[in-house]
Design a protein around this ligand. Structure first.
Ligand SMILES: Cc1ncc(COP(=O)(O)O)c(C=O)c1O
Length: 384
């Protein structure tokens, strides 16, 4: 059976060029970048070159990039690191109620350790009004963390506005850019960002490697203690092949972003228009314009998300209901609930997320199957 993958927001396949770039770093250039000898220097040069690529991509300096094990670690590092290093100034953090669990659970952990967290509600399009951020600032606020683009519904936040508010109030600003990095342009100065989380496996790089951009002068507590890697902020021997793969993936994203935005927007809009025209009682989740080029998320009345995912899987089409991280749980998605969907509509949601290896023919095929599957499931539904 031909298999079609429409779950690029969960993870992407490594680009063949990324794999080729990584291969020599397993057994040819295998040195420990911290070693002084030739083998170490060779590996260190490659890591520093990847760091330069990552920094250049977002308008940062090389020394402001810390390599981590992925988006989750970068989010934990930013939140806990800032909280503990700046607790003498205040113990209040502001975030949104549609963040990824890596942020929400870090906030809950901090709450259980004496910090106060404000979870700001978003509007029905999934976008946070920056005025809400302004209003919730107190003399105790030390950090604002708002994601750049949402992993479930793709809505893109007004990061530059929020960053400006943080800057005017001398508060650190972190953004979880795991879903936007490599997909839409980001410049940390233009967007007033102090810290940014990104992950390689969302941009055709390897799993288990990410980065935290940390503006020079930011006061942060180290995440892992041990060796002196990453300026003593993140101990542990570097994941050299992973970092090289991440660097290559960023290089490719930088070269192809404009072309990919157009390609993915066309695929996304073709599916959205087809679904809206052919299926009744559906809602597009997230803003219709301020959304990631590759995200289409629908709530479909009288149908369970799992039923649609399994029905499509039987036809060889991979999508997700809610986010990959929340599927498997019976709780309705916190993001869909936050934008005002009822529990039923939140349960009846399905996310298609596209990538550079998808084609229009695949979208046509999926649309045809999807319309039939929804009709079949509705026929069997006691609610119809
Ligand atoms: C918005 C967002 N933040 C953080 C993460 C976690 O990233 P990682 O899988 O690299 O730990 C994800 C992964 O789905 C994500 O979508």
């Amino acid at each position: 059976m031909k298999r079609i993958y429409f779950d690029y927001a969960a993870t992407t396949p490594a680009d063949p060029e990324v794999v080729s770039a990584m291969l020599p770093y397993f057994s040819e250039v295998f040195g420990n970048p911290s070693s002084l000898h030739y083998f170490g220097r060779q590996a260190n040069n490659a890591v520093e070159s990847a760091r330069g690529v990552a920094a250049g991509f977002i308008g940062a300096k090389s020394e402001e990039i810390i390599f981590t094990s992925g988006g989750t670690e970068s989010d934990n590092f930013a939140l806990k690191g800032i909280a503990y290093a700046n607790s003498s100034k205040g113990r209040h953090i502001i975030t949104s109620n549609i963040e990824h669990h890596a942020i929400l659970e870090s906030c809950q952990f901090l709450e259980s350790n004496g910090f106060k967290v404000t979870y700001l509600p978003v509007q029905s399009n999934g976008i946070l009004n920056p005025d809400e951020v302004k209003k919730s600032i107190s003399r105790e606020t030390i950090l604002i963390s708002v994601m750049h683009a949402n992993n479930e519904i793709g809505s893109i936040q007004q990061i530059n506005e929020i960053g400006k508010i943080a800057q005017e109030n001398k508060i650190y600003f972190h953004t979880d850019a795991v879903q936007s990095f490599g997909h839409i342009p980001i410049n940390v100065d233009e967007l007033n960002i102090d810290m940014l989380s990104a992950s390689a496996h969302k941009i055709y790089g390897p799993k288990g490697v990410g980065l935290l951009y940390l503006r020079k002068g930011t006061k942060i507590q180290p995440f892992l203690n041990g060796g002196s890697q990453e300026k003593k902020l993140r101990a542990s021997t570097h994941n050299v092949p992973g970092i090289i793969g991440f660097g290559k993936a960023i290089e490719l994203a930088s070269k192809n972003m404009g072309k990919e935005i157009l390609q993915l927007t066309n695929l996304r809009d073709k599916l959205i228009n087809g679904v809206i025209t052919n299926i009744e009682n559906i809602k597009l989740n997230g803003d219709s314009k301020q959304r990631l080029p590759n995200n289409a998320n629908f709530s479909i009345k009288f149908v369970e998300g799992e039923g649609m995912v399994l029905g499509l899987d039987l036809e060889g089409i991979a999508v997700s209901s809610g986010s990959a991280c929340t599927s498997g749980s019976l709780e309705p998605s916190h993001v869909l609930r936050a934008i005002g969907r009822t529990a039923d509509l939140a349960h009846g949601s399905v996310r298609f997320s596209f990538g550079k290896f998808n084609t229009m023919e695949e979208v046509d095929y999926a649309l045809e199957k999807f319309i039939k599957i929804v009709a079949r499931l509705r026929k069997m539904s006691p609610l119809c």
